[in-house]
Design a protein around this ligand. Structure first.
Ligand code: IMP
Length: 203
């Protein structure tokens, strides 16, 4: 059901080419009556992620998309932080999957994670998402969400994307790749960051 949208945000550019994120945000924003336009649909260039934190990278992506379109822009920088690996892959989560030809291979990234964890007894991890919303008037908002859980092996499930098949949220017996998109919204780092944004800007 659509709720009345009393905010100034009717159209937001989503500064990403990641189809998994586009699907999740479109679903989250739909009830707010906000039209989400994916950066990939406009062929927006993706800036290099040169920041040292999720917040820095989210801001640089949102600023670039806002500047290119003149519309409010939302960017998410997210990743998987594994305790025993001192927070890695963290902001390098996508880069761990990058192959020589520029394609991403998450089966390989998950195998690397498994190798690096070796026989460490601490399997705890968290998915972290930081959302940056930047307006043409120069307002900048940041929101963070975390999903605590642990890493399992071997990977399980074929839904979701990225590292979903090896991540199990605390209190769940299924990986993020074994639950529906609808169910993932109850736990996920991106949904939590989105709810913080919704509370601050849409209520
Ligand atoms: P970036 O934010 O586009 O730099 O990339 C974030 C990367 O973190 C993604 O490419 C995935 O590898 C990983 N990631 C972030 N959120 C999720 C998620 O919900 N499930 C699985 N992997 C994720």
């Amino acid at each position: 059901m659509e709720m009345a949208n009393k905010s100034i945000f009717k159209k937001i550019i989503l500064a990403t080419h990641n189809q998994g994120k586009i699907r999740e945000f479109s679903r989250l924003f739909a009830p707010l009556g906000v039209e989400i336009i994916a950066g990939s649909a406009l062929d927006l260039e993706e800036p290099e992620e040169t920041g040292n934190s999720f917040a820095d990278n989210a801001l640089l992506k949102a600023r670039a998309a806002c500047k290119a379109t003149g519309l409010p822009a939302l960017a998410d920088d997210s990743g998987l932080c594994v305790t025993a690996l001192k927070g890695a892959p963290g902001i390098y989560s996508a880069r761990w999957a990058e192959q020589a030809d520029g394609q991403k291979d998450f089966a390989k990234a998950m195998a690397k994670l498994h190798r690096e964890l070796a026989d460490s007894p601490d399997r705890s991890a968290a998915f972290v998402a930081v959302l940056a919303l930047v307006t043409p008037e120069g307002q900048e908002h940041l929101f963070e969400g975390r999903a605590e859980g642990h890493i399992i092996w071997p990977p399980r499930g074929d839904q979701g994307f990225g590292y979903d098949p090896v991540f199990m949220a605390r209190g769940s017996t299924k990986t993020f790749a074994e639950i529906s998109a609808q169910e993932k919204q109850n736990f996920s780092h991106r949904a939590k960051a989105f709810h913080a944004l919704q509370e601050a800007l849409f209520t």
